[in-house]
Write a protein that binds this ligand. Structure first.
Ligand SMILES: Nc1ncnc2c1ncn2[C@@H]1O[C@H](COP(=O)(O)OP(=O)(O)OP(=O)(O)O)[C@@H](O)[C@H]1O
Length: 235
């Protein structure tokens, strides 16, 4: 298996963010965590991340870029903790050719620059919101870990680009777990759906078997709107 939790839980004061649960995610699985806002998706990702820190490429909900630093340096940060301090300092002024080429390839593949048009030196603050999110994805890919954990990693890009990015993420990793608000995207890009409600896993099934009934119970506040985009994936 790639990831596992054994009777894990998360609690702040007397509030359970995640009630005790056991969970196994196998190598090769593409898993989407779905559920209403506050259901516990980020909390579950944080438990998975804590349990498998050294194997995980982490892509948080907000990309946490350093606005004044370049695209290149923001992506390089993905390997900051794996490199000696002196190398990180030298990198600020004179990037190693190998690192530069790797970041250029990632940035090109993710549509942030073109091979002959180096936006690598442009500061992160001068990229759009969707582009900044892709810089965050590039940083996670640069970590070169087998498992990708992403918290709404494509929420700021349109549907077509979201699908492309998720398939690029899947190609670069053995196992993928992503929290997604877009259920249709989740069923199209992932093979397993885990549904959360009030800190509990209430649904765990192959994406091809997700029923409208299950979605209704996960998204009660959408129930009165049968035309809600949430339900398009199963209609
Ligand atoms: N540090 C914290 N202290 C107290 N409560 C917290 C803390 N972090 C999260 N929560 C609460 O835990 C619950 C689950 O939060 P979580 O961020 O995991 O939900 P989510 O499903 O990821 O939500 P969203 O889709 O809005 O990101 C929410 O009610 C949230 O307010």
């Amino acid at each position: 298996m790639a990831l596992s939790l054994d009777n894990a839980s998360l609690r702040v004061g007397d509030k359970w963010l995640i009630e005790p649960l056991s969970l196994t995610i196998n190598h090769g699985e593409r898993v989407a965590l779905i559920g209403e806002s506050g259901a516990g998706k980020s909390s579950l990702l944080s438990l998975l991340r804590q349990a498998h820190e050294s194997q995980v490429a982490w892509c948080p909900q907000a990309p946490a870029l350093v606005p004044m630093l370049s695209l290149y340096n923001n992506v390089y940060m993905g390997q900051l903790h794996q490199r000696p301090l002196w190398k990180n300092l030298v990198n600020l002024f004179k990037p190693a050719a190998n690192d530069w080429q790797q970041v250029l390839k990632l940035a090109t593949d993710l549509g942030l620059t073109q091979p002959d048009n180096h936006r690598l030196t442009q500061s992160a603050e001068r990229f759009s919101g969707g582009e900044q999110q892709r810089i965050g994805i590039a940083r996670a890919l640069f970590q070169k870990r087998p498992i990708f954990l992403g918290d709404e990693p494509v929420s700021a890009v349109d549907e077509k680009h979201a699908k492309q990015l998720l398939s690029q993420i899947a190609l670069a990793h053995d196992t993928v777990v992503v929290a997604l608000h877009d259920v249709e995207l989740a069923t199209q890009c992932c093979d397993r759906i885990i549904g959360l409600k009030q800190g509990k896993v209430v649904l765990d099934c192959p994406s091809t078997e997700l029923s409208a009934q299950q979605l209704y119970s996960l998204y009660p506040s959408h129930q009165h709107r049968s035309d809600s985009p949430i339900f398009e994936s199963v209609q």
